[in-house]
Design a protein around this ligand. Sequence first.
Ligand SMILES: Cc1cc2nc3c(=O)[nH]c(=O)nc-3n(C[C@H](O)[C@H](O)[C@H](O)COP(=O)(O)OP(=O)(O)OC[C@H]3O[C@@H](n4cnc5c(N)ncnc54)[C@H](O)[C@@H]3O)c2cc1C
Length: 371
Amino acid sequence: MRSVDVVIVGAGAAGIGMARALQAVPDIEYEILESGRIGESFHRWPAQTRFITPSFYSNPFGLADLNAVDAVTSPALAVGAEHLSGRQYAEYLRFVAEAAELSITCQCKVLDVTRRHDGYFELETEQGDYEARFVIWACGEYQFPDLNPFPGGQWCLHYANVADWQALEPGHYTVIGGYESGVDTVVNLVRLGHSVRLLVRRATWEQPGVHDPSVALSPYSQQRLRDLQPSGALQIIYGADVVEVSADAGGGARIHAADGRYWDSQTPPILGTGFLKGGGATQIADFWSWDESGRIRLSERDESLRTPGLFLVGPQVRHEPLIYCFIYKFRQRFALIAEEIAARLSLEHAGQEPGSWGPFGNAECCEGCQC
Ligand SMILES: Cc1cc2nc3c(=O)[nH]c(=O)nc-3n(C[C@H](O)[C@H](O)[C@H](O)COP(=O)(O)OP(=O)(O)OC[C@H]3O[C@@H](n4cnc5c(N)ncnc54)[C@H](O)[C@@H]3O)c2cc1C
């Protein structure tokens, strides 16, 4: 069994950025375990999808590129592009990993995690077992789409399962969901010559007083939506709270709204309805404390309230009213976690037992303890 201080699970933006922050901790031994390639989720974005957040090399003036995972690199500079594609961003992450000589094992899915009585974690992986004092969960959400947001999800095509919009047959499409992935779908379909009906509960681009891009459509997408209007190929239906999709005898689908309206579609309805709450953290669901709305409750330092030594990084992190779903938001948490782990390791190295420190105290360390 290989033993390290910290295992980071996932080599996406959060895992790579977190490892960069840990490199500031003297003598720390860590390993990133990644089930696919570096930036695997970004490789899987639809070919036409672009970053919503702009990239620009402003680092020398103390304003890190909005999409950078550390203070010294820039996606814009690394690939010479603005509004990067998923593949370009994966390329940037690979560049950071190589330049910083990060310790990563790819094609190494973490299959199971247990926490021993002595406070150490054991991780069973596709490439053998690991032992670690701390685990940082950085599994993202893109590979964990909510395929059944309502009954009949099996008749639909989820945004996360599209590699290239060009593969779709010519036709009239219905897209469900009016936030970033729904609008991105619409933009790409119309650009490729399809006509589209977009069903939205409300206009995320018209919410007076709401400016946080975690809930309001970004200016980049608003502009792309406006640019479609002259084409006449887009119909937007408001107040559509979809509650079910059923198959009709002719091989098409019927989309039902809560108010009794329905729409028929000969092509599979496309879901821009989002991802599983908790995303990749659902792989170890019992290790977290969940609130009534299905979100993970964390300590002030993003540690599980149920499992000491387990931290969460990435878009699922929330500290109401703050939603950390963009890279420029969740990267702000990396240093906090690195600092916490450094402090605990230095206490341990000074001779204190694991578990005798930290926010939970000792024996009754956590809710529904996994120890
Ligand atoms: C279409 C789209 C557009 C977006 N645009 C923007 C944008 O413009 N700006 C922005 O800031 N954010 C954007 N986001 C959000 C941003 O992409 C995500 O927040 C970001 O990818 C999260 O990074 P992450 O490292 O947490 O997750 P990921 O990048 O998904 O990385 C998680 C990694 O964990 C690996 N993994 C999962 N399970 C295991 C396991 N059991 N063992 C080992 N490895 C595992 C996966 O293979 C993956 O590589 C967008 C998201 C989408 C879907």
